[in-house]
Design a protein around this ligand. Structure first.
Ligand code: ZN
Length: 391
């Protein structure tokens, strides 16, 4: 059963387990599901979607929170005293026993106002052995009117004794269309932007939201407190300070300029060094920037190899559908081997960046090799008017 349907049937049958375990690759979906679940259970105006005209869903009883009652509003505002979140401490990747002990005393008394108190343990795999054992004791003798939701990436990351105490729900990765649909429906993102963001993120809703400039704190269900502090500082750095829609446009433009045939190699080399310098200063953004660059070359490889052949590529395969013409223009002048060479160089750089290689030097050598590839002897460039004027 799909996790959301399963949660729905738990509510329908009123059989809330002591502990739920959500696993799956991406965090946002699971946290949102947990918060929505807590909201529905505690909603003071609980109603099923079939009764609600505004939500024209299937006729089956699908529960939704009212989002207006005192309980819903408090949960949305991260002010509900009975929604408790435990996550790794800031700058650390471990949940320590002290945090679980604190939790133990916090849940010793009855919930303040909730029908059911929720304890959300985010990055549950980050519990060290002591913390996990301590949690196990709580799960064995659960506090009154309390349920636990543990969130982890993989089942294997947790102690079997913990897993056996939980009802396990697996969140599968979303398809690109589902991600795009969510961006459009939930955050009103323009369909073309949503599609590019969904494709660029390969189904990772967290990333897709970032690429579509969705600010997490402006959403309804997202509870800032649910994010670990480390994650929050990273997210806020990426989300609030970076306009990824513009950044993508700028970055791809820079790359196209670099590899565009032109006689003026000197200025291209200079641009390559400047770009490497700039990107290397934004350490937190480097992985996602490289992803965008890789997708650009992947698209260009697709365009190059499908051109003039009998098969044609489905436009759905192209990620950067908004710059197909610009890519096609550049691609025409490539040698057949260039896109493959470029992708290989990118792959090498990514691998090296995982070691302690200097980011700036790696990027410099990447961009220079991309330029040199376009200048190889088997490609001839027509001189542009601008070049002739300069010459
Ligand atoms: Zn409500």
């Amino acid at each position: 059963m799909e996790p959301l349907n399963e949660l729905n049937s738990i509510i329908l049958n009123n059989t809330i387990p002591n502990a739920l375990l959500f696993t799956g690759s991406y965090g946002y979906e699971k946290k949102m599901a947990a918060m929505t679940f807590a909201k529905i259970i505690n909603c003071l105006n609980r109603k099923s979607a079939s009764e609600s005209d505004s939500l024209k869903r299937a006729a089956q009883s699908e529960f939704v929170p009212c989002n207006q009652c005192r309980s819903c509003v408090k949960i949305d505002a991260a002010m509900h005293p009975d929604i408790i979140t435990v996550a790794p401490e800031p700058e650390k990747s471990v949940i320590k026993i002290a945090q679980i002990r604190e939790l133990c005393s916090a849940t010793a008394s009855m919930p303040h106002e909730a029908k059911m108190r929720m304890v959300l343990i985010d990055d549950a795999h980050a519990m060290n052995q002591e913390a996990a054992n301590s949690l196990l004791k709580i799960l064995e003798e659960p506090p009154e009117r309390t349920f636990f939701v543990l969130i982890a990436k993989e089942l294997n990351d947790l102690l079997p004794t913990i897993i056996s105490r939980c009802r396990h729900l697996r969140f599968r990765p979303l398809s690109r269309n589902e991600v795009a649909h969510k961006l459009i429906q939930q955050w009103n993102i323009h369909p073309s932007v949503a599609m590019i963001a969904a494709k660029s993120s390969n189904g990772d809703i967290d990333k897709a939201m970032m690429f579509a400039n969705v600010r997490q704190n402006s959403t309804d269900i997202t509870d800032n407190r649910v994010l670990s502090v480390a994650e929050k500082s990273l997210k806020s750095k990426q989300n609030s300070e970076t306009d990824w829609i513009n950044r993508r446009r700028w970055l791809l433009n820079q790359l196209l300029m670099l590899i565009k045939p032109s006689q003026n190699s000197a200025s291209k080399f200079l641009s390559a060094l400047v770009l490497a310098e700039k990107l290397s200063k934004e350490a937190l953004l480097i992985d996602d920037s490289l992803t965008l660059i890789k997708l650009l070359f992947r698209d260009m490889a697709l365009i190059k190899y499908s051109k003039g052949k009998n098969y044609h590529i489905d436009s759905d395969c192209i990620v950067n559908s908004d710059i197909v013409n610009a890519m096609s223009d550049v691609v025409e002048r490539f040698s057949d081997t260039y896109p493959v060479m470029a992708l290989e160089s990118l792959h090498r750089v990514e691998t090296k960046l995982r070691t302690n290689a200097s980011v700036r030097l790696m990027l410099e050598s990447l961009f220079l090799s991309l330029i040199q590839g376009t200048d190889s002897k088997n490609v001839s460039y027509p001189q542009t008017t601008a070049d002739q004027m300069r010459a």
